[in-house]
Design a protein around this ligand. Sequence first.
Ligand SMILES: Nc1ncnc2c1ncn2[C@@H]1O[C@H](COP(=O)(O)OP(=O)(O)OP(=O)(O)O)[C@@H](O)[C@H]1O
Length: 712
Amino acid sequence: MDSREANLPSDHNIYPSFNAATSSSSSSFNSSPPDFLRNVQAAFKRHRKMPELNNLQPRRLVAKRVIKDSKTDESQDVLVKQRVQDSGTLMKSMSTLTTVNCESASVTPPSGSDTPTEDGQFMSIDVQRGQPSFNCDCRTNNMVDLPCVKCRDGPKKVQFALGNDTRSHETERDVNNRQEVLTAPNHDLNDQNLKNQVNPLSNFLQSDFRNQVTSSSVVGSTCATTTLVNSVNAPMLSSTTCNSQLPQIDTVGPPKHNNIIIADQNPVKDPPVLVDKSTKGDPPGGHSNMDLQSQPLITNDQISQVTSVTSNSERSVKPASKKDALAPRKRSYDHDQFFKVNGKLYQRLGKIGSGGSSEVHKVISQDCTIYALKKIKLKGRDYGTAFGFCQEIEYLNKLRGKDHIIQLIDYEVTDKALLKEVMSGSMTNKDGKVKEDGCIYMVLEYGEIDLAHMLSQKWRELDDSKSTTLDENWLRFYWQQILLAVKTIHEERIVHSDLKPANFLLVRGSLKLIDFGIAKAIMSDTTNIQRDSQMGTLSYMSPEAFLCNETDANGNIIKCGRPSDIWSLGCILYQMVYGRTPFADYTTFWAKFKVITDPDHEIRYESLPNSWLIDLMKKCLVWDRKERWTIPQLLQHPFLVPKIPHDLFQLVADSCSEDSDVTMLCSRFELLVNNSMPDIKSVGPGSISPDKKCSLVDEMLKLCYELKKKLM
Ligand SMILES: Nc1ncnc2c1ncn2[C@@H]1O[C@H](COP(=O)(O)OP(=O)(O)OP(=O)(O)O)[C@@H](O)[C@H]1O
C-alpha cells in the first residue's frame, strides 16, 4: 500500500458520525469520500419502500422519487393530523393535506426533470423558507402515504385530511424523535435509525407540538426530492447545510391509500397553505379537496419558472412570529410580477408599449410560451366607452384562425356585467360606470417587431449603404402581406380605421394586423360605417375620416368604409418607398386637416426607377374614395404581378439610350399594356367590349410603328 494511502485516515474517522449513526446499514456508508457521495446519491435516488405500516419512513432532504406506497410511506418523524370522513363515501372524496415542518431544512434544487414519478404522475413540492421553520405542504388528492421528506430538523407535522368534510374528526399524532443528535447529513441513515427505533403507533398520541410548527407545504403526494416550488425566501440549501438535529417524530395516520395526485396545484397561484392541526375542516386558505382538483396541472419545470419571482416577492410577507406563521397564508400572487387571466398566471417580462388607453406587456405563460398581454384599464369609464373597447375582443374572436391577423389566445373582462352586455351584443346600460378595478385583459400572440421599426431599421441600413431606394422585392413581399391582412378583415366586413406601420407585427416571418380598438363592422345594408369620436392616426387618415359624419356638397353624409383603409395603405406604401408619409411636411393638426381634405391638393411623387410603384401609390391615394382601388385589384397591380416583363421594354429603351423619344415610347407602351391588365383581370377578358379591344390594339400598333421608325 502506498504510504500516503496508509496515512490517510480511515473512512470511519472521516465520517464518524455516519458510522456511529448507522446501525443496520452502516456498512454501506463505510466508504471513501467519492464512494460515500455515490452512496448518498444512490440512497437519495432510491425508491425506498417500507414493508410495514409501523416502520419508520426514511426522511430525505434530497429525494428524487416520490414514495407513494402507503405501507412504506409513513414518516416516522412527523406529526399526523388526520381527518376521517365517517361516511361510506369516504374513499371517493378523500384528499390529503400534508404538512411537514422543521426548523431548518434542506432541499436539493430542482433537477429540472419533470418526469413522472413511478406512479406515472408528476409531483411538486412547495417550500417556504426564511422562516423559523422549514415548511412543506404535501398535497394529494387521496391519502398520502409518504409525506414530504424535505425536512430534516425540528418538529414535523404531517396532516392527512381524509375527505373535505368538516364533520370529519381528526386524530393527531405526535412523537418526539429521540434520534435528534445525529449529525450526519444522510437522511437515509437517520431514517434507518428511526425506522428501527421508533414505532409510530406507540407514539401516536404523544404530545402536540403545535407551537413548533410553522406553515409549510409540499405539493405532491409522493415526495420527489428535486422539485421545488414556490420557495418563499431562502436560497435552496444542499443537504449538507442541514441542521443535523433530527426532528421530533410524529407518526403518520393510517396510511393505506396509494392513489396520489401530484402537482395538481399551481404553487404560484396557490402558495403553500399552513395546515394547522388545530384547524377543523378544510384549511382556511381554502384548499379544499375541491380546490385541489380544480387546479390546473402544472409540472415541476413550469413551477420552477416562477419560483424565484415568487420567492422575492413574498419576502415581505414573511411571518414575524410563529403565531403569524401559523396563520393561513393568503392565496395570492404578486400583482407586480404576474397577470392573472381566467385563473392562469402570466409572468411579466417587460412592457412592450402603451397605446392611448392600454398597456401591452411581454409575458410568459405557465407552459413557457411568450405572449403579449394587453391590459385596458376601464376604471371610471362609462359602459358605452368600455363597450367599444370590448369590441376589439369581438373582432379578434371573429378573426380567430385567420392568417395575417394577430391571434387572441385568451381574454378576461373583469367587470362581468359589462362582459355580459358585450356578449349579448347590446348595450342596455350605456350610462353605467365600470367597476373601480375594471380591466380588460387580452392574451395575444406575440409579435417580434412592428413594421414601423422594421422600416426605420431598413432606412438606417440604406443610409449606411448610401443607397436611396428600397429593395423592390423586399417592398413587394411586405406590401403583399399587408394587402392580404387587410383583405382578410374587409372580407369579414370589418374596417380597421387605424392602419399604420405600427399596427402590423412580424410574427414568425409574416406580417399580422393588430389593434382593432377603433375598428368597425360594416352593417349589412351599407358598405360604409359611421364613425364615433375615435379617430385614427392623423398621418394615415383619409379625407373622409376627417370629414366623417359631415355632409358633402350634395348633402350626403360622409361615411368611412373600406376605401378609407385603402387610403391609409397608400400612406403606408408611400412611407415604405420614400421614408416619410405623404403629408409629413404638414405638422399640425389643422395643416394636415386642410391639405388632406382639399380635393385639389396634389401629392408629390418623386420619380422612381419603377414607374409602377408610383402608379400603385396613386391608385390608393385618389382623393375620391369611389375611385380608389380595392384590395383584390391592388393584389393584381402590375407592381406585384408584372404581366409583361419590365425588362423587355428596358431592353428596347437601352438600345437607343441616347434617344429620349425611344425611352418615352417604351414607357408608354408598357403602361398601356399593363394598365389594361387589371381591367382584364377584374372583369375577365370576355367582358371587355370589342370596341375597347380594337382601340387597345390600335394604340399598341401605333406605338410599335413609331418605335420601329425610331429604331431604324
Ligand atoms: N401582440 C403583440 N405583440 C407584440 N407587441 C404588441 C402586440 N400588441 C401590441 N403590441 C405593441 O404595443 C403597442 C400598443 O398596442 P396597441 O396598438 O394594440 O394598443 P392601443 O392602445 O390600441 O395603441 P394605439 O393608441 O397606438 O392605437 C403596439 O404599438 C405594439 O408595438
